[in-house]
Design a binder for this molecule. Structure first.
Ligand code: DAH
Length: 340
């Protein structure tokens, strides 16, 4: 019996080395430890052992059985561990793998500048009004003190949609629409797209303006300049100042062209300001009495100022863009430069 156990132990140990997976483990159990397995078979042989030796041999068999079960247990843990390790290996995430890049959009420079302008004036209590892009002659010209056949109509190359309907050439028509609806005090901004038959490096047939209108008692040109000083300082830096030059617009009297001291050279003269130290940024003036009258506002009681800002012009100055066309080509190489 001793001999048999020894052989079985050797066979069992030899087989153990070949057990790698669950199937092999279960075959191993079947072969040695099941009811019909070789270890159980030893007990059956006990019958052939002389009676007096049976207790000692039985004990040896039991010890061997305990040992064999211990081996099986260790083996099954080993197989389990190996299976877990294989699974972990298969499911490992490679954290060194570069992540997929997601392209994130940004705001267009025109939108950035438009938002910035609105922010400044909203802080001064301005409201926003948006008028129609297809406008009638009355609002775009006549009631702005530009009657039919007036030479001032030649200041802008107008797209006509029908005889008395135009693509608005300016946001100034918004002034009329606002004054028709509201009575003073008025403080409003009119952002929007405008259209003119004009195209070169600094002009586009479609561009954006921001109209401003303030109407109240005792409004003067000084109020305009004070407000514009704050505006240009917010946009171009605290050290810049404004200069007003006499000009002509049919809907304002007096009319001015507003220059800002050059923020690139501090006013000494450079290529941006063409050596003058000043850069023209917008048109403005005191609202013409005829315009107030055309909207039923008494010019003896109220006065106002208005201004018109070209948004592309401000964006070009602010970001150093030398061709207006770049802003409408939707070239990502250009647009991505404005992402925060
Ligand atoms: N509408 C003018 C233009 O398109 C700009 C402008 C000038 C607007 C003076 C105004 C203003 O409100 O007062 O050239």
């Amino acid at each position: 019996m001793e001999e048999k156990i020894k052989e079985l132990r050797a066979a069992l140990e030899a087989d153990m080395a070949g057990v790698q997976n669950k199937d092999q483990l279960s075959a191993f159990w079947q072969k040695y430890l099941s009811k019909n397995g070789s270890v159980a078979g030893l007990t059956k042989n006990l019958r052939d052992v002389p009676k007096e030796d049976r207790p000692a041999v039985g004990k040896t068999i039991n010890e061997f059985k305990t040992w064999a079960e211990g081996q099986y247990k260790a083996l099954s843990e080993q197989v389990e561990q190996a299976a877990l390790a294989a699974r972990n290996e298969a499911e490992t995430v490679d954290i060194t793998l570069p992540a997929k890049r997601h392209h994130c959009g940004g705001l267009h420079p025109i939108t950035l500048v438009k938002n910035e302008i609105i922010d400044v004036f909203a802080g001064m209590g301005f409201e926003i009004y948006e008028g129609p892009e297809i406008e009638d002659d009355d609002h775009n010209f006549t009631r702005l003190n530009v009657p039919k056949n007036h030479p001032a109509r030649d200041m802008q190359d107008t797209f006509y949609v029908a005889e008395d309907i135009v693509l608005r050439t300016q946001t100034s028509g918004g002034q009329i629409r606002v004054m028709d609806r509201e009575k003073p005090p008025i403080k409003v901004l009119v952002p929007g797209r405008v259209f003119r038959s004009d195209s070169d490096a600094t002009h586009s047939p479609m561009f954006h303006q921001m109209e401003g209108l303030v109407v109240d008692k005792n409004i003067t040109l000084c109020d305009l300049q004070g407000m514009l000083d704050k505006f240009v300082q917010a946009l171009f830096g605290p050290e810049v100042k404004t200069r007003l030059r006499p000009s002509y617009f049919p809907f304002t009297e007096p009319s001015v062209e507003v220059d800002v001291s050059c923020f690139a050279c501090g006013g000494k003269g450079c290529s941006l300001c063409k050596g003058t130290g000043w850069i023209e940024v917008l048109g403005a003036g005191v609202v013409h009495q005829n315009v107030l009258k055309n909207c039923g506002i008494d010019p003896q009681e109220y006065s106002g100022f208005a201004f018109g800002i070209g948004i592309e012009r401000i964006a070009m100055l602010k970001y150093g863009i030398n061709n207006i066309g770049l802003m409408f080509e939707n070239d990502l190489r250009f647009l991505e430069q404005f992402k925060d």
